[in-house]
Design a binder for this molecule. Sequence first.
Ligand code: NDP
Length: 446
Amino acid sequence: MIDEKLEEVYADVLRRNPGEPEFHQAVREVLESLGVVVSKHPEFARQKIIQRICEPERQIIFRVPWQADDGEVHINRGFRVEFNSALGPYKGGLRFHPSVYLGTVKFLGFEQTFKNALTNLPIGGGKGGSDFDPKGRSDDEVMRFCQSLMTELYRHLGEYTDVPAGDIGVGTREIGWLFGQYKRITNRYESGVLTGKGTDWGGALVRKEATGYGAAFFLEEMLTANGTALDDRTCVVSGSGNVAIYAIEKITQLGGRVVACSDSDGVVFDPAGIDIGLLKQVKEVERQRLTEYAEARPGATHQAGGSIWDVPCQVAVPCATQNELSGRDARMLVSNGCIAVAEGANMPCTPEALRVFTSAGVLFAPGKAANAGGVATSALEMQQNASRDRWTFEHTETRLAQIMKGIHAACFETAEEYGAQGDYVKGANIAAFQRVAQAMVAFGLV
Ligand code: NDP
């Protein structure tokens, strides 16, 4: 429920941003946590901090023309929403997916602002992307698209201004093409302008693994803080992209047994535990579908369609996309004995799913806390670029683990301070909001 003091703020968000349900959902979820904060801090209300936080500082929409291998000209739309720079340069990934529109980028940029604040590193929030669909496109086509996008986007970027990274459909390969074009246009080898770079040319070790590893670290912290453990738990991880692969790897290393993962075509069930080497070979090296995994792995089965959340498990880690886990899925998980959920993706659980988990007493780690390891390691990449330094894998992974511990502590302690023990959603929203709000108050009316 939104506190009555904030109802008008939310009504205003709905009025000013029509037709953007994901953005409304993300704002609503944060506002539901903030009633207690405005009661305690009237200065935030006087300064209209919440209204200002809900309005992006800048929204950029542009045309991206490119030519396919067969000579046909295509026009896509590019977006960059520079949401909030109170704590540092805008920071957040680029998503290439046909479903992308302004509302997607706004919801992601809003979430990113709070997530980045939770890391306690000097990064503001932003997000971008395009409705370009890379599926089935040749390397040359994707490269030409990246070059065209950057030919417009470069003028808005800079290591002290706005620093994009990858997201769905954008990995190290695309970051390479984007960086190459940025370097060519600006005549500057400005490594810190993009993160998620290849490790041979300024990329941080562990960045690729960081979001998934971070989610597993957060999950382990949460279970330990609540008197239980990951050891021997049956886990299900949705998706089979960057976040999912490395969440599976780290959960397995920490003693969990991941028995299922998915892509947009279906679900793989592997009762012996997902073979991470084979999964990487199929998805990262061969860029194939999960049916190939099931064919190569004795004992594994593939089911086209269906819900991965029907697979019985004690721990669920959604790592594919927004609103992928519905109220019905949540009820199924609860009835199968699920005790904990950690969001690897951004906003993968619907509001109804969240209500089901909360009323069943399931431990719930929201994405803005659990998946912050990726952006945190991006900030570590920016540090290394700025100091022309290069850290080892072990050192960087240790820093990541410490940061995730710090995020967990901030959520846990803030929830307790506001009388909502064990509520990680409230803890994350309030802790993050306070950091951003205090900086905004300090900067005056800007
Ligand atoms: P990838 O593109 O690497 O992988 C996405 C995975 O999710 C693929 O397996 C994809 O299957 C599946 N998927 C995507 N859309 C759908 C859909 N509509 N229905 C079912 N499955 C779908 O992306 P990432 O792993 O990088 O990102 C996953 C999530 O994590 C996103 O929400 C992203 O915003 C979030 N995130 C990512 C971070 C990062 O560092 N990469 C950082 C923080 C959050 P298919 O191949 O069939 O499309």
